[in-house]
Design a protein around this ligand. Structure first.
Ligand code: CUA
Length: 334
């Protein structure tokens, strides 16, 4: 398990630094920055309260501890009912809570009402148990688990995400880019991100959605606009297989895989599972749970229930030869 996790952390795209440890205190996009400031204000206020209360408590314990020479066993004088004190410790916390509510509401409204800048990429993110479908309506590109977006060093580009779900409630959360927004069945939610630097930002589903919730990773791959356009143009192409894959392709198309998975430009047209058209261009498999290399792909297809118990892909009980053919075909889907 640890070895697997370590291997995953090694997945790198040349020229795109991966931000391996996500830190909400190092925001890399406008919504995350605004939310960090609210978090700091909340920590400052609650920290001051903690220090005051703990300080008074410690002072009281030390100052009024039992005196060993006092053998009278008498209780100290008891004081009941002070309207001034009770009013003070009721009104002050109410005022503090209203300050925090006011600041939070203002930031939430500012993030949610921000109008899209002229250069806006639209992406529809659809939650599934347990993976992310990523659709680019302006490009008619469909992929999974890895959202390629242009970086926005000048703050003039943004990606607007329409969030939907086909089954249960999931939650989009990429800590350095934006706070959590739920993906809810029969409803559309919205979130937006404008990563300041190219890089891979790791996210995870943040709403318990079933047994494999913890392995529902998300990668936001922010690229320069040129690199993003090149990626999008390549994704728009139907599948063109290099090399002699006719036999492997025929094996794949003869199996039930095609009922759930699509490879554009071939007879595989299922829509239940991730679109595999350009599978080789992805860094990971199984929603970020495995590295996209030959060994992991083979193990994943051979027994999906081993890597992600409970996932909806069954083991197809392929023969060794079929498995080899399917893996070599999928590895050729550039
Ligand atoms: Cu999807 Cu938790």
């Amino acid at each position: 398990m640890l070895i697997q996790l370590w291997a995953l952390l090694q997945v790198q795209v040349p020229g795109v630094p991966e931000r391996r440890i996500q830190d909400i205190f190092k925001p890399m996009a406008t919504p995350a920055e605004a939310e960090k400031n609210v978090a700091l204000l909340t920590f400052a206020i609650t920290g001051a309260i903690f220090i005051a209360v703990a300080g008074l408590l410690i002072y009281t314990i030390v100052r009024f501890r039992r005196n060993p020479r006092d053998t009278s066993n008498q209780e100290p004088p008891q004081i009941y009912g002070s309207n001034q004190i009770e009013a003070a410790w009721t009104v002050i916390p109410i005022l503090i809570v209203f300050v925090l509510i006011g600041v939070s509401a203002r930031v939430i409204a500012a993030v949610e009402n921000a109008g899209p800048p002229p250069a806006t990429l639209k992406v529809t993110l659809i939650g599934h148990q347990w993976w992310w479908e990523v659709y680019y309506p302006d490009y008619n590109v469909r992929t999974a688990n890895e959202i390629h977006v242009p970086a926005s060093p000048d703050g003039k580009t943004a990606t607007y995400l329409t969030l939907e779900s086909v089954d249960v409630i999931h939650s989009f959360w990429v800590p350095e880019l934006a706070g959590k927004t739920d993906l809810i069945p029969n409803r559309q939610n919205f979130a937006w991100i404008d990563p300041r630097e190219p890089g891979v930002y790791i996210g995870n589903c943040a709403e318990y959605c079933g047994t494999q919730h913890a392995k529902m990773y998300l990668r936001v791959i922010a690229q320069t606009p040129e690199d993003f356009n090149r990626w999008a143009a390549a994704q728009q192409q139907p599948q063109q297989i290099r090399g002699n894959m006719q036999q492997a392709k025929a094996v794949f198309e003869s199996l039930a895989c095609v009922n759930c998975h699509a490879v554009r430009g071939t007879s595989a047209a299922g829509s239940f599972g991730p679109d595999l058209t350009h599978l080789r261009t992805r860094q990971t498999l199984a929603s970020g749970a495995l590295v996209n290399d030959e060994q992991d792909l083979r193990n994943w297809i051979n027994d999906p229930q081993d890597a992600k118990p409970g996932c909806l892909m069954p083991s197809m009980k392929l023969t060794n030869d079929e498995l080899t053919q399917v893996v070599s075909y999928l590895q050729a889907l550039n």
